[in-house]
Design a protein around this ligand. Structure first.
Ligand code: FAD
Length: 379
C-alpha cells in the first residue's frame, strides 16, 4: 500500500489531523491498532477548560501551552459546526457563542469552586459567582469562593470521535482498523516503510499519534522515541435524580459534567499505574462522596458506568508536536489532560506543518528532550 501520509493511531488527534490533511487533497491512510477511538479520546470528560486549568498554574497565561489551549477553545464553535454540517453528527458542544443547533437545556460555562479560605483571583475573563443562586448546591458550598467562567464548557468527546471518524472517511481517508503498527523500518535516517498487522505501508510521511503508546512502536531509534507515559484516570457516570445544568469544577481531580442525555460524568483520578486499566470500588465511592458533598441530591443517584483511560503524558506535561530527528517522521501526542480541548488547534497546526513546514513553538518540539539530555550532560 502506498500513500502520502500514514497516520498511526485513531484517537481524536490522529483522526482530526487525517481529516484536515485529506481536506487539503493529501492521500492519507490511518492505521488503528483496534477499534477507532476507544482509548483516551473515548474515556475523557470532554471539558473545554483552559481557564480552570490555568487557575491551578497561576502566572502561566503567556506560556505557549496556555496560548495554544485558549486558541483551540476559540476554534471550537466553528469546528463543531463544520463537523455537523459535513456529517450530520451533533457533538453536543456546550460553549458560549455556539450556533442554535448546539443550544440545549444546559448553561454553557464552568462554575469553579475554590477551597474554603482560598483567594480565587484570575486576570482573564471570570466573574465572581453567588453559589446560593443554584438551589442544588449544598449549603457548605456557600462558604467557598466561586468563579464563573462563561467562555469555557464541554463537548461530548464520544460523539466527537464518531463525527471525526465519519468526516475523515467522507474526505477520502482510508482507515484500517485492527492494524497495529509493529515496526517502523528506517534506512539512511528516513522511514522506508512501516509494518502493520494488516500489511506493509510505504508513506512519504508518517504521523505518529498513538496516544499513551506513542513511545512503544518498534523500529524507532531510542533517541527519537517520544518519552510518553500513561497517566491513568478513572471516571464515573451517574444518572442523577435532579438536573444539574452546568459543569462544576471542584478541583483538578473532581469535576461534574452534565451530558445532554441527562447523565452526569464525574472525573477523575490521576494515577501512575502504568498500562493497568483498573477501576476500583474505593475510587467510585470516594468520587461519589465528593459529588454528594457538593450536590446532596446525588445521594440517590445510580452509577451507570465506571471506566478508566490513559492520558498520554510527556515528562514536562506539554504536547509533543512537529518533525522528529527522522526526516519523514512527524509526531502529535502528549496532550495529557487537555487533548479534547486541543484537538482543533492541533489538527490545524499539524496540517500546516506537514504541508508548508509551518513553524511550531519550540516548547512543543519533539527535539526538546534530546536537547535537555545534552545540556545536562555538558553542564
Ligand atoms: C480520564 C480522562 C479524562 C480526560 N478528560 C479530559 C477533558 O475533560 N478535556 C480534555 O481536553 N482532555 C481530557 N482528557 C485527555 C484526552 O482524552 C487526551 O489528551 C486525548 O484523548 C488524546 O488523544 P490521542 O488521539 O492522542 O490518544 P488516544 O485517544 O489514546 O488515541 C490513540 C490511538 O492510538 C492507537 N494505537 C496505539 N498504538 C498503536 C499502534 N501500534 N498502531 C496503531 N494504533 C495504535 C490506540 O489504539 C488509540 O486508538 C482526559 C483523559 C482521560 C484519560
Amino acid at each position: 500500500m502506498k500513500c502520502e501520509v500514514a497516520v498511526i493511531g485513531g484517537g481524536v488527534i490522529g483522526l482530526s489531523c487525517a481529516w484536515r490533511l485529506a481536506q487539503r487533497g493529501i492521500k492519507v491512510l490511518l492505521l488503528e491498532r483496534g477499534e477507532l477511538a476507544r482509548e483516551a479520546s473515548w474515556t475523557a470528560g470532554g471539558m473545554i477548560a483552559p481557564g480552570c486549568e490555568l487557575l491551578h498554574h497561576p502566572g502561566d497565561e503567556d506560556l505557549a501551552m496556555s496560548r495554544f489551549c485558549f486558541h483551540s477553545r476559540d476554534l471550537y464553535a466553528d469546528f463543531a459546526t463544520e463537523l455537523f454540517d459535513f456529517t450530520g453528527i451533533n457533538v453536543e458542544l456546550s460553549l458560549a457563542g455556539v450556533k442554535s443547533t448546539f443550544i440545549d437545556w444546559r448553561t454553557p460555562g464552568i462554575l469553579l469552586l475554590g477551597e474554603k479560605n482560598q483567594t480565587l483571583e484570575w486576570s482573564s475573563k471570570t466573574e465572581y459567582f453567588d453559589v446560593s443562586t443554584l438551589p442544588y448546591l449544598s449549603p457548605q458550598t456557600h462558604q467557598r469562593p466561586a468563579l464563573w467562567l462563561p467562555d469555557e464548557g464541554q463537548v461530548d468527546n464520544r460523539k466527537l470521535t464518531l463525527a471525526l471518524a465519519q468526516a475523515a472517511r467522507q474526505s477520502g481517508v482510508q482507515i484500517w482498523e485492527d492494524a497495529p503498527v509493529r515496526n517502523i523500518v528506517c534506512e539512511n535516517e528516513k522511514i522506508s516503510h512501516i509494518e502493520s498487522a494488516a500489511g506493509k505501508v510505504h508513506a512519504e510521511k508518517v504521523l505518529l499519534c498513538a496516544g499513551a503508546w506513542s513511545g512503544q512502536i518498534g523500529g524507532i531509534p531510542e533517541s527519537c522515541k517520544p518519552p510518553i507515559r500513561p497517566v491513568a484516570g478513572q471516571m464515573l457516570a451517574l444518572r442523577p435524580g435532579a438536573k444539574i445544568d452546568r459543569v462544576i469544577y471542584v478541583k483538578p481531580d473532581t469535576y461534574l459534567i452534565p451530558r445532554r442525555d441527562g447523565r452526569l460524568v464525574l472525573g477523575s483520578s490521576v494515577e501512575e499505574t502504568g498500562f493497568q486499566k483498573i477501576t476500583t470500588t474505593e475510587h467510585a465511592e470516594r468520587k461519589w462522596r465528593d459529588a454528594v458533598e457538593v450536590i446532596p441530591a446525588l445521594q440517590d443517584s445510580e452509577i451507570v458506568e465506571h471506566w478508566c483511560g490513559f492520558r498520554p503524558t510527556a515528562p514536562d506535561g506539554l504536547p509533543i508536536m512537529g518533525k522528529s530527528e527522522i526526516e519523514n517522521l512527524y509526531i502529535a501526542t502528549g496532550h495529557h489532560r487537555n487533548g479534547i480541548l486541543m484537538t482543533p488547534a492541533t489538527a490545524e497546526l499539524i496540517t500546516e506543518h506537514l504541508i508548508h513546514n509551518a513553524p511550531i513553538d519550540t516548547a512543543f518540539s519533539p527535539l526538546r528532550f534530546a536537547e535537555t539530555a545534552i545540556s545536562v550532560m555538558s553542564s
